[in-house]
Design a protein around this ligand. Structure first.
Ligand SMILES: Cc1ncc(C[n+]2csc(CCOP(=O)(O)OP(=O)(O)O)c2C)c(N)n1
Ligand SMILES: [Mg+2]
Length: 895
């Protein structure tokens, strides 16, 4: 029975094989005579027909585990491989020496060797043949370098003569004489060199995507001809686990960003160990990117494998390549030829036969694609020429390549920073570095000999590619910005009408964007909340940017203010992605440095989903010296009332406070907003200061008062007396209030005057951060100049010096926000604020619950007076009862 069954199946198998062979022959014929596109059509027709006839072809987004570009399709290499290898070896050495030396002298300084050693070929092919520098009329290519590959990028800049030996010597020692080099790409620290901070992993890729899209935006709006610029993003395979890395890849495909190239260095390892020990990261990423609509180029095998693949007629080599998991590949990368023969080829006798004429050494030398310049060049060339889609290159490499026992392909590779003399010699020998045994332990930095072939080649290549990369050059001319009187209409108040500060902002913004001189440089950025903020009128007026225009008739076409998309639309309506919107903000707000044109981004969003959700991108923006306005709308723990715990923001100013070059304002009134924006536009776009702005806006409608005379400076400095208490009054007190709480303070002021004989001045605090920074500066100066005749006095100290307390603060943010100035307030500051989780209810009840309503403010003022011995405690107690304040309401900051 069994024997018969076996015969039957084997006969069936033979027939199947025969059929497959016939189809393959036919396909080969079609390919040879009509070309690949023709074959593509046939296969599509076959697949469609099979589907129609009920054959279910299993879904796969993967292609076989081999190079996407077959050997026959590779272009010839345009450079001198020998010279390039030599240059690369010099870079390798200097990069390694920089890190090892720094850590020998100062253990614990850190730095990475292995990342760059795995990526050296990926970068050098780029430097020699692709990355173009800036020249007049061309912004150059934008390269997002993998952050911890920075030693290699410095080492190359050194060979190009851009950095000195001292600087290399001071890698990670920026405070040393002669300057040092920042650990990672930081435009803040090296503003003439780095363009893009990338080392918080995942941010580089998402910023690159939106950068490439902004590049199209500038082109489509005819602001800059960016058609030649390519955006390259280099990233790690481990980095792809960050949600930001892959989170926006569908946008890149949807927008047909063929100016964008991702190069993912698939060295199969991250910090602790393999990225996908039990799987294959390259295949996983291929599926994700293909599924998203990208052009995927896999560079897995070096040239040595081509001949084996061509000779193998059994299909077993590809099968073997596919069945091995990354953990095994990592193992092979550290194993000798005998091991590879036994464990890789040895699985099938046919494969052993295939390599029987190869020595163990030859097997060991079979390279990975990302380490082979020929393969990398072919991939890059295909990527820059590809049209209609972004391209991702998945390049397989070996982490710590060249480090041998010291850290090649080991799980400890990532953090290896120490090499002993023997290991250094091995590295030197492997890459033919011209350093003698005597010198090697000194770890000298080496330059290409002057006048040498290599030196000439390096210079000639960079010249041909129009200059250095990376380079950050600010060429944008200043933009003339409006004076104060331009904003006069907003100083008048709303004359009885009730409007929110968000609405007030929108009116100011409408005037700005409509300006004939500078309006077109404004970039409104909104993550799907324009209607919430009453900005939908802008849709029709300025258009929503869409590269393809509008391919449909919008459903609201009959209405005056319909949803209009157009190719030169000005608004970036990003959809529900604060991370994407922030990335656009970054691209626009750094155009002055990257494209030579000043763009003015206004990013308006739901304030809760700003700092706490995308704080790290905001930090990167600060590092990049971004310029623009961030507007956290619907702010205030009790001002936004119905939305509850996850929406009501009472802490964004605490988080915003942490960003050094961010000016933070929490204005209460329209005229304050107008003054702040006017000042900000002047400072950022005319005077070109590297600061950016954060303003919170509220949705509570109230009458906007006219600007009191003489308050301009105070508004910008962060505090001014908005409404003094009545002249009469037995006692004097002061209430600082910010944002919507100013109105609560005004109500308390009245009760205090009418019922308790207290004249309380109400101050509008527009920026606690500004006040604190000024006070800290003065304090520091005084401390370090103890004998100076005239002491420095901060603005805060100046405005308070003639006031007598007590001082109470009330805020719709956490108490921390006003508390930050407490120590400079004479007699201290008693703060009321909205600490704790938000919840939904009416504003009135919420303010009672959080104890910032007028009765609580009155109690706080009376209590402060009692503390100073000015009123009796019994007065406070009575007020508590009379005003209906419940001291036992069960309030807890943890509720
Ligand atoms: C957001 C973030 N988390 C953690 C780190 C710390 N870190 C730096 S490099 C690294 C491993 C990187 O692995 P991979 O992306 O594969 O890059 P490779 O060095 O292998 O090229 C880690 C965890 C970081 N820089 N950023
Ligand atoms: Mg890796």
């Amino acid at each position: 029975m069994n024997a018969v069954a076996t015969r039957d199946t084997s006969e069936e198998k033979d027939l199947e094989q025969l059929a497959i062979q016939e189809w393959l022959e036919a396909l080969k014929f079609e390919l040879a005579s009509e070309g690949p596109q023709h074959v593509e059509k046939i296969l599509k027709a076959l697949a469609d027909a099979a589907h129609l006839w009920g054959v279910r072809i299993p879904f796969t987004a993967n292609t076989p585990y081999i190079n996407t570009i077959p050997r026959e399709a590779e272009p010839p290499y345009p450079g001198n491989r020998v010279i390039e290898r030599r240059i690369k070896s010099f870079v390798r050495w200097n990069a390694l020496a920089m890190v090892v030396k720094a850590n020998r002298l100062h253990p614990g300084l850190g730095g990475h060797i292995s990342t760059y050693q795995s990526a050296a070929t990926l970068y050098e092919v780029g430097f020699n043949h692709f990355f173009r520098g800036r020249r007049p009329g061309f912004a150059g290519d934008m390269v997002f370098f993998q952050g911890h590959a920075s030693p290699g990028i410095y080492a190359r800049a050194y060979l190009e003569g851009r950095l000195t030996e001292t600087q290399l010597h001071n890698f990670r020692r920026e405070l040393q004489e002669g300057g040092g080099l920042s650990s990672y790409p930081h435009p803040w620290l090296m503003p003439g060199f780095w363009q893009f901070p990338t080392v918080s992993m995942g941010l580089g890729p998402i910023m690159a995507i939106y950068h490439a899209r902004f590049n199209h935006y500038l082109y489509d709006r005819k602001i800059v001809d960016t058609s030649q610029t390519k955006v390259w993003a280099f990233l790690g395979d481990g980095e792809c686990d960050e949600p930001e890395t892959l989170g926006a890849i569908t946008l890149a495909a949807r927008e047909k960003l063929d100016n964008l190239i991702f190069v993912i260095n698939c060295n199969l390892q991250r910090l602790d160990g393999p990225v996908r020990g039990n799987g294959k990261i390259i295949q996983e990423l291929e599926a994700a990117f293909r599924g998203a609509g990208w052009n995927v180029i896999k560079v897995i095998w070096g040239s040595g494998w081509d001949e084996l693949l061509a000779r193998d007629k059994t299909g077993l080599l590809i099968k073997r390549m596919e069945e091995c998991v990354d953990g095994e590949y990592q193992r092979f990368s550290v194993s000798d030829g005998a091991y590879i023969r036994k464990h890789f080829f040895g699985k099938y006798p046919e494969l052993l036969e295939l390599v029987k004429d190869k020595s163990d050494r030859e097997l060991e030398n079979l390279k990975r694609g990302g380490l082979d310049p020929q393969k990398v060049y072919a991939a890059y060339k295909a990527a820059v020429e590809h049209r209609g889609q972004p391209t991702v290159i998945l390049a397989k490499t070996v982490k710590g390549y060249g480090l041998g026992e010291a850290g090649e392909g080991r799980n400890i590779s990532h953090q290896q920073k120490k090499l002993n003399e023997q290991e250094l010699r091995e590295f030197r020998d492997r890459f033919n570095i011209p350093i003698s045994d005597d010198e090697i332990d000194e770890l000298p930095f080496i330059r290409l000999p002057e006048g040498s072939e290599e030196e000439r080649y390096l210079k000639e290549r960079r010249k041909a590619l129009s200059g250095h990369v990376p380079a950050r050059v600010v060429t944008a001319p200043p933009l003339k910005m409006p004076e104060r009187d331009y904003f006069a209409p907003f100083f008048l108040g709303s004359e009885g009408r009730e409007v929110s500060t968000t609405m007030a902002f929108v009116r100011i913004f409408s005037q700005l964007i409509g300006n004939k001189q500078f309006g077109r440089f404004i970039v409104p950025i909104i993550p799907d909340e324009a209607r919430t903020f009453g900005m939908e009128a802008l849709f029709r007026q300025y258009g929503i940017y869409s590269h393809v225009g509008q391919l449909y008739e919008p459903v609201d076409r009959e209405q005056l203010l319909y949803y209009l998309e157009k190719t030169d639309g000005q608004i970036l309506e990003e959809g529900i992605t604060e991370a994407g919107a922030m990335s656009s903000f970054i691209a626009a707000g750094t155009a002055y440095a990257n494209y030579g044109v000043t763009m003015m981004p206004f990013f308006i969003y739901y304030s809760m989903f700003g700092f706490q959700r995308i704080g790290d991108l905001i930090w990167a923006a600060a590092d990049m010296r971004v310029r623009g306005f961030m507007l956290g709308a619907t702010a205030g723990r009790t001002t936004l009332n119905g939305e509850g715990l996850q929406h009501q923001d009472g802490h964004s100013h605490v988080l915003a406070n942490t960003v050094p070059n961010l000016l933070c304002y929490h204005p209460a009134f329209a005229f304050e907003i107008a003054l702040i924006i006017q000042d900000g536009m002047k400072r950022m776009f005319e005077h070109q200061e590297d600061v950016f702005y954060y303003l919170t806006l509220g949705n509570e409608n109230y009458e906007q008062p006219p600007m009191p005379p003489g308050v301009e400076e105070g508004v910008l400095e962060g505090l001014y007396k908005f409404q003094p208490g009545p002249d009469k009054g037995k006692y004097k007190a002061h209430i600082f209030a910010d944002f919507s709480a100013v109105r609560l303070a005004l109500q308390a002021q009245k009760i205090l005057a009418d019922e308790y004989g207290v004249s309380a001045d109400v101050w509008s605090a527009t920026s606690y951060k500004k006040l604190r920074y000024g006070a800290m500066e003065a304090e520091r100066w005084n401390m370090l100049h103890p004998t100076a005749k005239t002491k420095k006095k901060s603005y805060l100290e100046q405005v308070l010096e003639n006031e007598t307390g007590p001082f109470v603060a009330v805020s719709d943010s956490m108490r921390l926000v006003p508390d930050q100035i407490a120590k400079w307030v004479p007699g201290g500051l008693l703060s009321l604020g909205t600490d704790g989780f938000g919840r939904s209810d009416t504003r009135e009840d919420l303010r009672r619950f959080f104890e910032i309503d007028p009765p609580h403010i009155v109690v706080a003022v009376l209590y402060s007076l009692a503390q100073q011995g000015k009123v009796k405690s019994s007065v406070v107690k009575k007020a508590i009862a009379d005003l209906g304040v419940d001291p036992e309401q069960g309030f807890s900051l943890f509720l």
